[in-house]
Write a protein that binds this ligand. Sequence first.
Ligand code: HEM
Ligand SMILES: [Ca+2]
Length: 741
Amino acid sequence: EYNSSKQKRSIGPPPPPPSPTPHLPPPPFHRLLFSDHELEAAIQQALSVGHLELKEQRVLDQLFYRQGVDEKREGNNKKWTNVHQMANFRWLKRVSYSEIEQALVSIRATKELVNILKTPLHILKSQPNLVMIWRKMSRHICSPRNPVCPPPDYPYRTADGSCNNPENILWGMSNRPQKRYVPADYHDGVCAPRTLDKRGVPLPSPRLVSNVIHQAAVCNLQDKRLSAFAMQWGQNLDHDFIDTPTLKGHDGADITCCRKENSPHVRAACFPIFVPSGDHRFKSPCMSFVRSVPGLDDLCDLGIRDPVNQATSFIDASFLYGADKETMDSLRLLKGGLLKINNLGYFSADEDQEKCMKSTPEDYCMKSGDNRIHILPTLATVQVIYLREHNRIATILGKINPHWDDEIIFQETRKIVAAVVQHVAYTEYLPHILGPATMTKYGLYSTPKGFNTVYNPAVNPTTANGFGAAAYRFGHSMIPGEVFLYNHKLQQKAIKIEYSFNRPTALMDDFGRGADNICRWLVRDGAAKSDRFVEPGVRDNLFLDEDGESFDLAAVNIQRGRDHGIPGYNAWREWCGLPIAVHFGSGPGGLVDLHPDAAMLMSKLYRSPDDIDLYAAGLSERHMRGGSVGPTFACIIGIQFKEWKEGDRFWYENMFLKTGFTLPQLNQIKQYSMAKMTCRNMNDPEVTHNVFLQPSERNPLVPCDSLPDLNLNFWRQFPKLANPFVPETMLFTGLKYGKYV
Ligand code: HEM
Ligand SMILES: [Ca+2]
């Protein structure tokens, strides 16, 4: 039973400091261990190491680029190696460069300082003179982002999520470090990946863990309840709240710690992800993208590495609109509140036509709010539904409010679309992932009608590291081995998943009706079962290239956890208030929530349950009733979704006069569904009530017309606001005319 006071602290405001006890001597860590003079010398040396590292890094990045480590060039043609495909998926945006470079110097210098003074970081941080001197001496690398906020009653979200919380304007903003639920567990306490277990013995290779735990013995089963739509929508949702960049051989990229840790040799820059495994060929080990880009929560402080998140943490449809103003503007038509769209009803072309693999002359690379749109044509299909929905709503709003300009129509439409994403996530999707008990425990259900003001300004909605690097990756086990196209006669065509990564060509199928055809499949077929097994299509053949090279997604997840300093399984169990395991058995004191066969396999890989990688153990747990994950992931996912709900001033159910909806508007959103939105925008007259569940007697295919619509007449704004006979319009006055700049 989750009930730990630790947890409560991490959600609510910090507890008051204990009152001072004047009669006792000060605790030992308050003793000043070093003189100011000693510290100045040490910090100077540490900072110069940090700067040197940055300089080397820049040279190295160019070298990587020229050597084609990330991006293999043959003549002028880019070769789509598996490595390049990965780098493409984990693209680093220019926006965050300067902060990343500052963080890089600080983190490297922190590490050096720990070495020079031979004192652990937490002791150093308790030295008041050290902190002061550090701040003074590192001022030149310490210019944290300082967004300019719109006036307090500005009715819409900012593009980058800044200023959502007026007291903490960086909370949830894009291009900021991920937060941590459980303190980092790095090899060196500062930044190097976890490589040794608690007894100092090397951890099993992630590929080995994947082979033993995540490889299906016979074949991967289909889920009994969840549809392929649930899998695909689930991935799209994660692209709303997390986007962790990795390295791609250009400025600002970092492999600082791992390079120093292992070898000065460029090609051996990182630790191996994969080992020869008997069942499969040796896979590309060690490339520069291996590490996530580092950030620092407080750039002016000594710090531990925290990976950056390029998305806005809030569920605000940033996968469609982008997570910074520049991207958002580039996606807009700047007329009638519309997004750019082409005559197939698809996203318009990206200026960079090298972001996807083209197979026919019709194929082109699209530009959407999120850079990862091409990973699968099925993901692009979900995004296309939202694109068409935006323009559908904007067109209607423009008609019923002819006095609105482009900006108002765009922002009002964006507000509706984001609210619908929130509503669908918490009422149609999440209950089937977490199960009813967890939904209730964390207060995640929306009310069926009316306001439900849950905003709590003390809650930090920033996306957390262990959630993104492990828990929410549960969906990787739901990925099927093939994607299908169903034409309007429901004739099927299958494509193996390893032949559709980064190729938009399926969208061009059937004269550009590929997305509609994919959508018919998403609604009608099942996801792979959410369990510890991962399809060979992504476990052996992720980003399969023409040389036969590929990745193992399960192994990448495990290595990513170590790269991010995610502590082992027991640390998370403790944080969740769940019993920890002291042995590998299934009885009391053992791995009680794991399937017994998985617990047995763990004992062959790890020496202590403390060391088990969170991803591997979380995926191996027995599910919560009615859910698709076990108690540990349910806890992490449940708490994260609670924080996105309570920590978002723009949460759609809040009764806030200036930023919220009117009551009738809100009730329209609450009766709308993913099903109605899908059939409104795709060429399919039939759809299931809940598209995340497979068609069944309880969830039959029904005519689109039979589902409740979103009646936009409630957005009609009467020019005479003081009309006493239309009280709703009194609420609907948050709108500011003209563009906010
Ligand atoms: C549709 C097929 C999918 C493919 C091919 C895919 C592939 C990937 C890849 C290559 C990564 C980056 C791994 C790394 O370097 O750390 C990733 C990250 C991730 N995936 Fe998936 N994924 C898919 C579906 C899903 C689903 C269904 C979910 C959840 C429901 C999910 C959740 C995540 C999360 C949370 C991350 C971390 C993202 C970040 O930190 O930026 N993925 N996925
Ligand atoms: Ca977002």
